[in-house]
Structure formats: structure tokens, C-alpha cells
Write a protein that binds this ligand. Structure first.
Ligand code: ADP
Ligand code: MG
Length: 340
């Protein structure tokens, strides 16, 4: 189990991480979701030991690892851009770590060959060892990067936006493969990404990094349907978050959230009595095939979205620039009492 307690990291005036508490359990695929610049790479670099925190502790199975040299931590790192050696073959890239690592380097060529073959087989690159890394596809380069990390049998594998450089089709395939490879190995993967879809698809558990902290860490379905903070809700890209005061005094000074698919639209003054409602102007719609998004602006300027599924259309014909009432059942409401 990897544990981060109260980890902070500053760069001059920039607070990259501000008291991160975070646990990655054994044998788990953990996704870490955060916007660009939220400190995802910094967090991985601190775990790997490429940098040290200004405050806090990092431990694996209750043993402190912060302060230890990176090569003593047994942590694998798959870099965002793969960082392969362009002049080496696939097999040489994978073998490199075994041959030249600071701790316990291998010199027995047949052992190196065996372990390299095994790692290539694990990632589905059996028979590609002799190729140059310039002569394989992006998805294959991704697998070489993974094999190069796995060959050293790390205790945990950190993956920095590992699918970012791949096109959409390949990304979906690699998602399945990464999960399958991890399950075969039984070591935990910590996969950071800016994509909520990727985080929710991949993770047995998903943590959200916002404002320098982990704001929530939960099973994907729990996080999606029961965000505990406004930040977590916003990161799901499925919730409107807004000032409860828009729906009347009872909710004023609270940030509240309602899912895009749980809001309805009607002419002003015609919302059901037992629903909460707010006034908003219809801005525009966006048709995405099976779903349609409608965008509204509330009186305080907040942008709200409603999603309609083609199979179950709920929205009336809307006229741009007109005012409507947006309404929802109180069961659809999530309240965040002064949460950051
Ligand atoms: P992410 O990976 O989520 O995009 P980073 O961890 O790269 O975010 O960066 C988090 C914040 O820390 C950013 O504001 C970034 O500019 C800053 N930062 C990261 N590394 C350095 C550095 N070496 N020197 C100064 N600022 C840095
Ligand atoms: Mg990054």
C-alpha cells in the first residue's frame, strides 16, 4: 500500500500540491484525475523520488520512502512521451534498465534476454524485439515503454497520461490492455489523466486532484453519481454546479449540483410545485448524434447544461435568447456544505 500524508510541494510562489492525503491500495488500478497544471506530474515525480516534497510523508507498507534515492524505491515510471531511446531496438530499450540500473544490474545475457522476452510477451510484442523503435506504431511504442518499466518488477507502476499520445481507437484498445496486464501482474498501477472518461473507465478507484489536494477518492460509479465536493462534481463533466440561492432562499450560500440528465425545462412559471427551479436563458444547442446538449445561462452568469438522449427526448423546442425555468426533483440535488 502506497500512502501519501500531507504532501506539499511549492515552486517559488506556485503551490503545486497543498497537503495531499492519498492511498493507493495493493493490487489496484488507481486513476488520478486532474486538470492540466493541477499537479499530477509533480505528484508522480515525488512518489518516484525525482523530487522531494516540502512537507509530508510518503510510505510503502508503512516504510518511509521519501528521502530515498529513486533507484532504491522499486517504483516504475511510464513517462508521458514514452521517452524511448531512438537509436536502440525494441528489445534493447526493454533490456536497458536491467543492464544499467544502479541497483543489482544484470550482466548475464541469457537472463537479460529471457526477462526481456517475457516482458515483451506480457505487453503483446512477442517477435518485435529486433525492430527499431522508429519502425513501430504509437501504440506499440507505448507498450515498449510499459515493458521497459515492467521488466524491472516494480512494486508499483506510475503512468503519466499514458494514452495522451494515442489516437481515439488505439486509446480504447490500450485501456483494455493496460487493465489486463495489470491484473496478470497483480501490482498496483497509478494512472494519471485529464480525461474523466479515461479515469472512470480504467480505475478500480478514481481520485480527483483539485486545488492541490485529493478532493475525493472512490469507486468510479460512486464518484460519478455521488460526488462529495463541488470540485469532484465539476470533474465528472456531467454535473451543473451552481449557487443554491438561484433556486430560492432556502439554499442560498450553498454550492449545489444537479446532473445534466436530471434537469428539465419548461415555460417560466410552469415548473411542478414539488420541484426546485431556477430561471435561465437558452443560449444554444449542440447535437452529438445519440445525445443533444442544451446550454443555458442563469441570472448570475453561470452556464448550465442539460443532456437529452435521443431514445428518451424530454426537452421542448427551445428558442435561443428566451427565458425558461429549469427544474429538478430534490432527490436529484447534491449539496456541498461550504466544501472547498
Ligand atoms: P500537471 O501534470 O497536472 O499538468 P504539473 O505537476 O506539471 O501539473 O504542474 C503543477 C504546477 O506546478 C503548475 O503550475 C506548474 O507550472 C508548476 N511546476 C511544475 N514543475 C515545476 C518546476 N520544475 N518549476 C516551477 N514550476 C513548476
Ligand atoms: Mg503532467
Amino acid at each position: 500500500m502506497l500512502t501519501l500524508s500531507q504532501i506539499s510541494r511549492f515552486y517559488g510562489d506556485t503551490v503545486a500540491l497543498d497537503g495531499v492525503d492519498f492511498v493507493v491500495p495493493e493490487d489496484t488500478y488507481m486513476s488520478l484525475l486532474g486538470a492540466s497544471g493541477s499537479g499530477k506530474t509533480t505528484l508522480l515525480r515525488l512518489i518516484a523520488g525525482f523530487e522531494e516534497p516540502n512537507h509530508g510523508e510518503i510510505s510503502i507498507n508503512s516504510k518511509r520512502i521519501d528521502g530515498q534515492a529513486p533507484h532504491l524505491r522499486d517504483i516504475g515510471f511510464v513517462f508521458q512521451n514514452f521517452a524511448l531511446f531512438p537509436h536502440l531496438s525494441v528489445a534493447e530499450n526493454v533490456a536497458f534498465g536491467l543492464r544499467y540500473r544502479a541497483e543489482n544490474p544484470l550482466s548475464n545475457n541469457s537472463e537479460i534476454l529471457d526477462r526481456t522476452q517475457e516482458a515483451l510477451k506480457l505487453v503483446g510484442l512477442d517477435g518485435f524485439g529486433h525492430r527499431g523503435v522508429g519502425a513501430i506504431s504509437g501504440g506499440q511504442r507505448q507498450r515498449v515503454a510499459l515493458a521497459r518499466t515492467l521488466v524491472c518488477e516494480p512494486r508499483i507502476v506510475l503512468l503519466d497520461e499514458p494514452l495522451g499520445a494515442l489516437d481515439a481507437n488505439l486509446r480504447a484498445r490500450m485501456c483494455d490492455e493496460l487493465r489486463a496486464i495489470r491484473e496478470r501482474l497483480g501490482v498496483s498501477f497509478l494512472h494519471v489523466t485529464g480525461s474523466e472518461t479515461e479515469a472512470l473507465t480504467m480505475g478500480d478507484e478514481v481520485a480527483v486532484l483539485a486545488n492541490g489536494r485529493i478532493t475525493q477518492s472512490d469507486a468510479p460509479d460512486t464518484l460519478f453519481s455521488q460526488p462529495r465536493t463541488a470540485e469532484a462534481a465539476r470533474h465528472m463533466n456531467a454535473w451543473n454546479t451552481f449557487d443554491g440561492g438561484l433556486c430560492g432562499d432556502a439554499l442560498s450560500n450553498q454550492e449545489i449540483a444537479v446532473r445534466f440528465d436530471q434537469m428539465e425545462v419548461c415555460a417560466p412559471g410552469t415548473a411542478p410545485q414539488d420541484h426546485l427551479s431556477l430561471k435561465a436563458q437558452y443560449l444554444t444547442g449542440e447535437f452529438n448524434g445519440p445525445t443533444a446538449l442544451s446550454f443555458f445561462r442563469a441570472s448570475d452568469g453561470s452556464l448550465l447544461q442539460i443532456i437529452d438522449h435521443l431514445s428518451q427526448p424530454r426537452l421542448p423546442d427551445l428558442i435561443e435568447g428566451q427565458d425558461y425555468d429549469l427544474h429538478f426533483s430534490s432527490n436529484a440535488l447534491r449539496q456541498f456544505h461550504g466544501a472547498a
